[in-house]
Design a binder for this molecule. Sequence first.
Ligand SMILES: *[C@@H]1O[C@H](CO)[C@@H](O)[C@H](O)[C@H]1NC(C)=O
Ligand SMILES: *[C@@H]1O[C@H](CO)[C@@H](O)[C@H](O)[C@H]1NC(C)=O
Ligand SMILES: *[C@@H]1O[C@H](CO)[C@@H](O)[C@H](O)[C@H]1NC(C)=O
Ligand SMILES: *[C@@H]1O[C@H](CO)[C@@H](O)[C@H](O)[C@H]1NC(C)=O
Ligand SMILES: *[C@@H]1O[C@H](CO)[C@@H](O)[C@H](O)[C@H]1NC(C)=O
Ligand SMILES: *[C@@H]1O[C@H](CO)[C@@H](O)[C@H](O)[C@H]1NC(C)=O
Ligand SMILES: *[C@@H]1O[C@H](CO)[C@@H](O)[C@H](O)[C@H]1NC(C)=O
Ligand SMILES: *[C@@H]1O[C@H](CO)[C@@H](O)[C@H](O)[C@H]1NC(C)=O
Ligand SMILES: *[C@@H]1O[C@H](CO)[C@@H](O)[C@H](O)[C@H]1NC(C)=O
Ligand SMILES: *[C@@H]1O[C@H](CO)[C@@H](O)[C@H](O)[C@H]1NC(C)=O
Ligand SMILES: *[C@@H]1O[C@H](CO)[C@@H](O)[C@H](O)[C@H]1NC(C)=O
Ligand SMILES: *[C@@H]1O[C@H](CO)[C@@H](O)[C@H](O)[C@H]1NC(C)=O
Length: 411
Amino acid sequence: MAAGKRRAPLVSLLLLVLSVVGFSSCFIGGGSYRRKLSVEWNPGLNSSVLPPHGITLLHVRALGLNDTLHFLLCSQGAPALLLVHTNSTSSSVKVDWPAFLARNTTGSLTVEPESSILYSSALVFTTLWEYDDVNDTADPQNLPPSAFLPPYQLQNFTWSLEDKTLDPTQPTAQLCGGDASPTFINGSFCVQFSAFEVEGRDHLWPSLVHTANCSQIKMWLDGPLPRANYSRFSLELESVGGPSLDRVEVVHSIDDEYTPSIFKASQWVSSPPNRTSEILGYVQWKPVAYRKPNPIFEDATPCRHYSPVLQSKAVPASGLVRAFYGPEPATTRLNISFSMAGEPFYNATNYLSWTVVVGLGNPPVDSFSPLVLSIMAVGLGTPMILIVLGGVYVCLRKRATPPSQSYEPIN
Ligand SMILES: *[C@@H]1O[C@H](CO)[C@@H](O)[C@H](O)[C@H]1NC(C)=O
Ligand SMILES: *[C@@H]1O[C@H](CO)[C@@H](O)[C@H](O)[C@H]1NC(C)=O
Ligand SMILES: *[C@@H]1O[C@H](CO)[C@@H](O)[C@H](O)[C@H]1NC(C)=O
Ligand SMILES: *[C@@H]1O[C@H](CO)[C@@H](O)[C@H](O)[C@H]1NC(C)=O
Ligand SMILES: *[C@@H]1O[C@H](CO)[C@@H](O)[C@H](O)[C@H]1NC(C)=O
Ligand SMILES: *[C@@H]1O[C@H](CO)[C@@H](O)[C@H](O)[C@H]1NC(C)=O
Ligand SMILES: *[C@@H]1O[C@H](CO)[C@@H](O)[C@H](O)[C@H]1NC(C)=O
Ligand SMILES: *[C@@H]1O[C@H](CO)[C@@H](O)[C@H](O)[C@H]1NC(C)=O
Ligand SMILES: *[C@@H]1O[C@H](CO)[C@@H](O)[C@H](O)[C@H]1NC(C)=O
Ligand SMILES: *[C@@H]1O[C@H](CO)[C@@H](O)[C@H](O)[C@H]1NC(C)=O
Ligand SMILES: *[C@@H]1O[C@H](CO)[C@@H](O)[C@H](O)[C@H]1NC(C)=O
Ligand SMILES: *[C@@H]1O[C@H](CO)[C@@H](O)[C@H](O)[C@H]1NC(C)=O
């Protein structure tokens, strides 16, 4: 009796220690790799000689101890993010503006010295497809061409690039565009880019993990009117450069605290040659889109990806990408479709948002949240502690009381 009463505070103390260990390991394991960020608009443009023609180029330099990561975003052609990793801390972006503005000159944008480039790749948002899902399958790849409305070619949109930075450790820019079609008059397609000094995650869903080695792109469609009675959308992405991103891996998790009801992450990566080298770059997302700007649980809608397709002679839809890679680099394209059979159609909110992170090295891994860690610590720890303490207690009692004594009453 007395021993049982004394054990209770001991168990609580041990649980507390376990939870503290759980919490701190979560923060320590969070990766503290840091880069120094600096932002440059229209690098090297002498506006007294060349008017910018409304074209803006954003350059974010992410300086590491030994290396530099350059992020480039431009309002020319389809929205695209170019990522260049160099082994030098003094590499720089050079733009031959007259040639760059002519939109068609290979080598008009370079990162120098060229010998310092370790890796480069670009992600382009090429086409927004709209289809009339009369049979509610939400599976555009298996629909007849007649179900599709004329696609929105994003390279034909008029774009404007704006600085939206609120926090200097997280430079953010927003590229919004539209075309003159009557359905798009009051709507826009936007792409928001952010880079990060250190690892963290957004407070807004899907709260993807981001690191100093990646950038986040959130895209949304706000207000365009549906052109069919049962409109749904899908989006085509293009990856250029690097080893071709030719497969999508799906990673499962048991924790959905950061992205409610989503237990998976999809990552578009390159097949490592002969399974020796590590993954060089990736595009990662969670298979969820949101139907409202400030979503609640009911506004989440699943999305699905289709197999990446290698394109042999594709002209990149982005002027920035053509300027860096030339007219016919190796490209891979991939479709993402939003929503599922049985989910509301696009007209329910006329809004859709989806987020990816694009980066260097291996894709970030979703760590357990402190809450889940402490639940696991309590769930797994309590029985262990009880077993150990029980064992110790039994041992101590056996030792404390000589065997002769305990058998006495029986005799
Ligand atoms: C821009 O061009 C003008 C005319 O050629 C020149 O005088 C000026 O120094 C240039 N400015 C910069 C920042 O290069
Ligand atoms: C810088 O790179 C060299 C060679 O790649 C490596 O030996 C060194 O550890 C790196 N230094 C830091 C601080 O990362
Ligand atoms: C692109 O450049 C080529 C040759 O440099 C030229 O023939 C062609 O007309 C240009 N296209 C555009 C759209 O400017
Ligand atoms: C960067 O890489 C190039 C090519 O691999 C090499 O020639 C150069 O020495 C490297 N520079 C540094 C600072 O490691
Ligand atoms: C819808 O289903 C009907 C009946 O199964 C089929 O005949 C029709 O082709 C389908 N329409 C589309 C657009 O898939
Ligand atoms: C969109 O751009 C492409 C390539 O520049 C062109 O072939 C196509 O005709 C354009 N479409 C519209 C609707 O302007
Ligand atoms: C766009 O918005 C304006 C002002 O709010 C409105 O007058 C117009 O009817 C709208 N156009 C469409 C196509 O919804
Ligand atoms: C970021 O990249 C650098 C250089 O490649 C590497 O040393 C570091 O471990 C990476 N950090 C993370 C969090 O991936
Ligand atoms: C859309 O629905 C309206 C009203 O139900 C109908 O009149 C119209 O024909 C439909 N349009 C299409 C393309 O099916
Ligand atoms: C969306 O379209 C469907 C099919 O035409 C219709 O039944 C539904 O009422 C529409 N929803 C809204 C919010 O307009
Ligand atoms: C990968 O394997 C192929 C044959 O299977 C070989 O020809 C090639 O050299 C290997 N590449 C590397 C980087 O080991
Ligand atoms: C994406 O979907 C559209 C419409 O179904 C199709 O025409 C296109 O070929 C698809 N692209 C890829 C890369 O699968």
